[in-house]
Design a protein around this ligand. Structure first.
Ligand SMILES: [Zn+2]
Length: 315
């Protein structure tokens, strides 16, 4: 009995001695590995995990929507010799940030009628801009369709947001342009005429006869100086752009619903057949080509192919 106790004591002392030797030589740490590759050692796992959460996962850096690891880091308890280096948490965090995370950034696009007009940092700013426009314009009747889209990217270089001030001005300017386009001077078969092609003196009315013409006048002549911009009266498609006998250089625009406008005697043509144009687009310059004695625009409105008196609608 006594000898058994003695033996147990010896075993216990021996065991404690070995344990003491281990602790003199080794220390417990956590080894951090990513995809099987050792990144380093840390002392305090809980502290480190908290820092990962704070600095990576829940980072409040500008534009960051969320951050995730490419490969989850793994932690394993290890004993290493006391003389080995343990990394400080910052080193390991930096390593993870640089090589093992995907950061997704978020920003907001404000679009008007499907065209991007501004990018801003926050939903708040985007909403404020949209509200301002809605207060300032009759968005429904002017067909101003405003939208806020949340955009995501993993490329921070792609984020180039406008200041609130600039974004606000950009959207307002665009709305103003559409307002001008959509405010009709006249409506023919649901086609809104919202811009006059040129401003000037009427030099010959529709239906007038003249010794220079074979038939009565099929359009309205507006005299103005050579080179004056000729604007399209309503949105449409260019169906002709070229030389056409007595019309000289002529541009024809199809506005749909059987409505066409013609612009004759141009000195220059800027549009091409097939171009989609909107009200106010400059398509040509005033000239005196074809059967003409001085610079003027010959403006025609045609409904289902037949000319009508433009002055029923404009001028
Ligand atoms: Zn004419």
């Amino acid at each position: 009995m006594r000898s058994l106790l003695k033996l147990l004591t010896i075993i216990l002392v021996g065991f404690l001695f070995i344990l003491a030797m281990i602790f003199i030589k080794y220390k417990p740490v956590y080894e951090v590995t990513v995809a099987g590759e050792k990144i380093g050692y840390i002392n305090n796992l809980n502290e480190f995990k908290n820092e990962v959460d704070e600095q990576i996962i829940n980072s409040k850096e500008e534009h960051v929507a969320y951050t995730s690891f490419v490969n989850e880091p793994k932690y394993e308890q290890k004993l290493i010799t006391r003389t080995s280096d343990v990394n400080n948490n910052e080193e390991i965090l930096d390593e993870l940030k640089q090589n093992n995370i995907v950061t997704t950034y978020k920003y907001y696009e404000v679009s008007l009628n499907d065209e991007t007009k501004a990018y801003v940092d926050t939903l708040d700013d985007a909403t404020k801009i949209v509200d301002e426009i809605k207060e300032q314009f009759d968005t429904e009747n002017l067909e101003l369709n405003l939208q806020i889209n949340e955009e995501y990217t993993q490329d921070i270089a792609k984020i180039n947001t406008d200041s609130f001030q600039n974004a606000s001005i950009a959207v307002e300017t665009a709305a103003e342009e559409i307002k001008e386009e959509n405010e009709a001077i006249a409506v023919i078969n649901n086609v809104k005429l919202s811009v006059l092609p040129v401003s000037g003196r009427i030099s010959s009315r529709y239906g007038e006869s003249s010794s220079r013409r074979r038939s009565t006048h099929t359009g309205l002549d507006i005299a103005c100086s050579m080179g004056t911009d000729i604007k399209v009266v309503s949105k449409g498609t260019i169906t002709f752009a070229g030389s056409a006998g007595s019309y000289g250089n002529l541009v024809k625009v199809d506005h749909g619903n059987g409505v066409e406008t013609w612009y004759g005697h141009c000195s220059k043509i800027y549009a091409n057949v097939g171009d989609e144009v909107k009200a106010g687009d400059v398509i040509a310059a005033v000239g005196s080509t074809g059967n003409s004695t001085g610079p003027h625009l010959h403006f025609e409105i045609r409904i289902n192919g037949a000319t009508v008196n433009p002055q029923k609608y404009v001028y």
